[in-house]
Design a protein around this ligand. Sequence first.
Ligand code: SIN
Length: 555
Amino acid sequence: MSASLIRVATALPLPPARWTRTTDVVVVGSGAAGLLTALVLADARRAVTLVTKGTLGDGSTRWAQGGLAAVLGPDDDAELHVRDTLVAGAGLCDEGAVRTLVEEAPDAVAQLQALGARLDLASDGRPALTREGGHSRDRIVHAGGDASGAEVTRTLGAALRGRGIEVLEHTAALEALRTADGRVVGLRLARIRDDGSLADAGDLRARATVLATGGYSQVYAATSNPEGATGDGLALALRAGAEIADVEMVQFHPTVLWTGRGAAGQQALVSEAVRGEGAVLVDRDGRRIMPGAHPLADLAPRDVVSATIAAHLAATGDDHVYLDATHLGADYLARRFPGIARACREAGHDLTREPVPVVPAAHYSCGGVVADLDGRTTVPGLYAVGEVACTGVQGANRLASNSITEGLVAARRCAALLATELPAPGQAVEPAVGRAVDPTARRAVTEGASRHAGVLRDATGLATLAGVLATAPRRGLEQPLDLAAVETTALHTAATVLCAAALTRTESRGCHRRTDEPLTRPEWRVRLVHRLDGAGHLHTRTEPVRSLVGARGVA
Ligand code: SIN
């Protein structure tokens, strides 16, 4: 495909560097993928600096409820996990990457346990396993009932201490440092003050730069993700010359707690594991919604459940549906899902006695920086692991609980690669300076994306969104950069690519549902890959997907 007139920021109004330091590897982000990458590299005696814009352990992992998918049950089989992942991925998974994930997942879980993770155990002392949507076997390892991500974060955060890793909290990664021939050799960093302004900018030169910055679900007004999920890594990588792909594939979780019309920001998740244990979705009259929509009913792949709910809401004019778990029993629910029961109580609902109101919300970015499972991107020196990466594991729709697993597997592999061999050092040129998107645009971006590029989309709405994005105000070069401008620019970049890709893909597949193009078209079994030129024009091309299973259970 040719160059388009779609434009995103090519650079930021960077503060000048007041210091320069060097390290072997700089890791950005402190969710599961970032923490484990840093930890394994430190054990391999690499000098590691871990940068996070919040505090250590901030990131989406901490909020994950369900757990980690891995083949551990006596009735399970790697082929089944591969098949379930490919089927959920709706034809866009890279089967080779999926096989690697599935084969290495049990070792990643064992490593977590060896590091001290207190997983929920069955009576035989092995990890207890549950099921989530799209899985044909019980294979979700969990902890603290519904606090799996918190336990992963606690374990890795504790293990990190005393290993000589330099941790820079409240620090923003603003821009990649690049050599004249385009290799990435570190980052321009700045300390984030309490008021969001930036201070003490400097250059951290690194042989390898690893992005583990998470996704871009904050592009939407309502999301299960924390406020930091603004796509900073995606935008930074794009500006650094990296390719990004599958950006239109944003997974909406079918069940976040509905707290009122127009609720914005991070919403409380009601784990799919609640449906895995038997809860069902019902409408306002108590009628079940999912039977008839898919053979797996309430445990259909997530894209199918969210699209079915969205279609139901559009048809009825209701603004939420209900999740009925009452038949599971109060004692059981309180024991198995203590955090969810508490969140419901705080919102005025008793999960044990009444169906609770739920609605889909943005949850996971299947798209991201094109990378392999060793973290290599299309730019030498730049690596991406976890949700920021697009490895082909998640395809057009991530299979539930494959994401922390992917983060851990990719972290181990990327760290092993960099422990063996680091890219050569290089001389950085001064980064370009450009105009940031004004933070006042954020609301229009998130509301526009929610309205026009949500679970269900069409060309008219997407064109409206494209207009909103094209006219987003830019800041003058003289205005100092702050965190709000960094994040708004990243959100604007992610939303612009998402919108362009969603307009280009004239079909429905996985997380991308076009009401004006409802069919899945064989000719669209390709990935949309994007790169940026120096003028800020987005170039998009299609890439074939290697050896995948095509057929899904249901159209
Ligand atoms: C959930 O607990 O439903 C979320 C799990 C996931 O997103 O993989």
